[in-house]
Ligand binder design. Sequence first.
Ligand SMILES: CC(C)(COP(=O)(O)OP(=O)(O)OC[C@H]1O[C@@H](n2cnc3c(N)ncnc32)[C@H](O)[C@@H]1OP(=O)(O)O)[C@@H](O)C(=O)NCCC(=O)NCCS
Length: 374
Amino acid sequence: MAKSLSGAGLRGQVAGKTALSTVGKSGSGLTYRGYDVKDLANHCEFEEVAYLILKGKLPNKGELAEYKAKLKSMRDLPAALKEVLERIPKDAHPMDVIRTGCSMLGNLEMENDFSEQEAVTDRMLACFPSIICYWYRFSHDGVRIDTTTDDDSIGAHFLHMLHGEKPRELHEQVMHVSLILYAEHEFNASTFTARVCASTLSDMHSCITGAIGTLRGPLHGGANEAAMEMIEGFTSADDAEEKMMGMLERKEKIMGFGHAIYRESDPRNEIIKGWSEKLSKDVGDEVLYPVSVRCEAVMWREKKLFCNADFFHASAYNFMGIPTKLFTPIFVMSRLTGWAAHVMEQRADNRIIRPSAEYTGEELRSVTPIDQRD
Ligand SMILES: CC(C)(COP(=O)(O)OP(=O)(O)OC[C@H]1O[C@@H](n2cnc3c(N)ncnc32)[C@H](O)[C@@H]1OP(=O)(O)O)[C@@H](O)C(=O)NCCC(=O)NCCS
């Protein structure tokens, strides 16, 4: 007989095996293939970490150069995809745009069999920033941008297309760190979606499209946007404290705080907080960073709740001039690596994921003929 659930949300249940990451266990609390995320964020570029997650080892210089050159050559979009993007309205949510973009790509460049899984993943990694920015710049500025920049990294390519000029080194560096921090996180909701889809032997684009839809929600990836909307409504640290106390009294959820697995801190927070502070000084900000720091202090003091990866990402992205509604799609550009690696891992040792449910409905009954029903 199936065991009854001890709690909602499958919390604490082991739902499968992975060699990709650990959350809340060794090192600082998050490891990718045995490396501490802090170590990776301090010493690597995002492309090195993507290579590690997808191929199982850190690349040497030659392998990294080859990988980056390959990704660079795959940035352009097919004309049919550009046509679709041009038809999506300006007020669409960019997460819906990237979901559609991914799905459309699957129609145009389908994964014919699993031997193509690495190639289709590389293609998505290379062109997701192009999809987001092509739509954004066309719908908001009326321009058809060139999606084949010669920038060295995925993060720089994204910022270049978004702002129409090569990004500063500081911003490229922050993008590397941000994309590393978001790259992989064990059996979170979107990754689990991707694995469930993979377990039916579906194609890579379907797995990733489903994961994007799951990431979209404010309890998951959408939290960085919700955090931004909150902090930009505060005029000072004191104003933030007063308003947050009211929110807590009304038992409102504060986005960017708390975590399903971490209990005392999210290791990603310390890293992105440091970069947010650096960017704050760089732009001469006197509001957003002090407001964010006060929010963190109030939440810890009142609720023992800590900032997760999303909270200081909000101010960091804002300081780099990234529009709030593009925050979650950046998460997609990065987490794609984790999702695809999980799909490959699932495929390598697959059994269809099909749990059971604890039935809470009516006892067995028979159908009353329609003319005798109330
Ligand atoms: C991440 C999240 C979904 C985890 O949910 P969870 O595992 O159910 O959370 P917990 O079991 O730790 O919650 C314990 C208590 O703290 C409260 N809590 C958790 N996060 C909270 C938050 N951000 N604001 C206010 N209260 C919060 C819960 O409501 C719960 O209270 P209750 O016992 O009175 O119901 C949740 O913390 C949340 O909604 N955070 C905001 C969204 C967010 O930032 N998501 C990004 C995650 S990386």
